[in-house]
Structures are given as structure tokens and as C-alpha cells.
Design a protein around this ligand. Structure first.
Ligand code: C5P
Length: 217
């Protein structure tokens, strides 16, 4: 039915940041409110999909009809994503931290006047690129790219490098982080679509329409 165009589809969404502990009271993270990913999960559920939302630490309510799994670290997120497969569509919106702290301390690190604590950083798994290469790759794999400059060039490159079908590039040089609105560009094999600045909810609804359209072809 036209009003539930994703009925029978499984949509997997990642959202929010990941937190990579340094010690029990400190962590490394990227800035992310989770709003855009949650809005996409909500719009996909409203379009009739079964939606699995893998969320990093955020303060947002679970949208109606969405099954949510909360995780803290990138490695936990990667595991939750793998457990949620198979999916018809994966929309990877999470701002995953690039590194975790290999020598995380079990107790609070003290400022002791003897210099700075050495943090050994180790690269996290790239969840999007991992899915892009996996035999379980969802038929439609969508990544996000938050950039402050050369937004389109980086997104075109990222689409290729990560094996994604589409990249939604957002220009975060302004007040997009944590804000209500977003300016996005949709990078596909066919080229680039520039969308006007709009609410994150509207971006979500339009993206879900675009997804339903692509799946119906
Ligand atoms: O490389 P960059 O972090 O800019 O790529 C952004 C895209 O890759 C987003 O879709 C993000 O969710 C995904 N990503 C991921 N796992 C990572 C890093 C990024 O899934 N470790």
C-alpha cells in the first residue's frame, strides 16, 4: 500500500555517538545528539518497516514501533549491527569514534603532577565499511558523512571506499550539530542531489521516501 511503502522490509539504523572509555569517569567521543538517526528510524517505522535502531549513548526517546538496542562503544555497536542482520536497508548515521583506548584504566586516573597519562589509541572497526564488504551486505547500504569542508568530494570518495550505495553528506560547518536543521547532499552512483536546508524530521521523511522508491525498482 502506498502509505506503508516499506511494509515487509527490515531497516537497520545506527545513531548517536559511541563512547570509548579512558577510565571509569572519562571517555572519547564524537559530537552527536542522535536526532537525525532517531528521526530516520521513526520515519521508516511510520512507513511500515520493521526497524532495528542501534543507539549509542543519547538522551532521546525510542520512536514508536522501533526496536532499540543501546550500546556504548564502537565494538559493541559493530556486534549489535551484525546480530541485527539480515536487513534490506542499513542507514549508518552513528558518529562512531575512530579509536578506542587500549590501556583504559580500571580506576580513575589521578592528576599526580608527574606528567600526562599516556593514552594508547587503537583503531575501531569501521562498521559501514565492514558491512560494505560483507556477504551479508544489505541490498541498500547508506552511510553518512559529516564534513566541514570539501563536503561533496569527500562524500564521493567515501562512497567508493566504504562500499556504500549512497552517502548522505552533511555540512556541519554551521550549527547542525545538536541543532534542529540539516543541509544534506545525496551522493549515489548516478551523481549528487542537493537538498535545501530543512528540519531533521523532514530530511528523514524525504530519505525514507527515496529509499522506498529505490526498493520498488
Ligand atoms: O569515515 P567517517 O567516520 O567520516 O564515515 C562516516 C560514515 O561511516 C557514517 O555512516 C558512520 O556511521 C560510518 N562509520 C562506521 N564505523 C566507523 C566509522 C564510521 O560505521 N568506525
Amino acid at each position: 500500500p502506498p502509505h506503508r511503502p516499506l511494509y515487509g522490509r527490515h531497516v537497520l539504523v545506527t545513531a548517536g555517538p559511541t563512547h570509548e572509555p579512558i577510565d571509569p569517569v572519562r571517555y572519547i567521543a564524537n559530537r552527536s545528539s542522535g536526532k537525525q538517526g532517531f528521526a530516520i528510524a521513526e520515519a521508516a517505522a511510520a512507513a511500515g518497516a520493521r526497524v532495528t535502531l542501534v543507539a549509542g549513548p543519547v538522551v532521546l526517546q525510542t520512536p514508536p514501533g522501533v526496536e532499540r538496542f543501546d550500546v556504548e562503544t564502537a565494538r559493541e555497536m559493530a556486534e549489535a549491527v551484525n546480530e541485527a542482520l539480515p536487513a534490506d536497508v542499513a542507514v549508518m548515521v552513528a558518529a562512531v569514534a575512530d579509536w578506542h583506548v587500549e590501556n583504559r584504566a580500571g580506576q580513575k586516573i589521578k592528576k599526580n603532577g608527574h606528567g600526562l597519562p599516556p593514552l594508547e589509541l587503537v583503531e575501531n572497526p569501521d562498521i559501514l565499511a565492514g558491512l560494505g564488504q560483507s556477504p551479508g551486505k544489505p541490498p541498500l547500504l547508506i552511510g553518512f558523512a559529516a564534513e566541514t569542508d570539501n563536503v561533496i568530494d569527500y562524500a564521493v570518495d567515501k562512497r567508493q571506499r566504504k562500499g556504500a550505495d549512497w552517502i548522505v553528506a552533511n555540512d556541519v560547518s554551521g550549527d547542525v550539530m545538536g541543532g534542529r536543521e540539516n543541509t544534506v547532499h545525496i551522493v549515489t552512483a548516478d551523481g549528487v542531489e542537493d537538498w535545501e536546508r530543512m528540519d531533521k524530521e523532514r530530511v528523514a521523511v524525504k530519505l525514507v521516501e527515496r529509499i522506498a522508491d529505490a526498493l520498488s525498482r
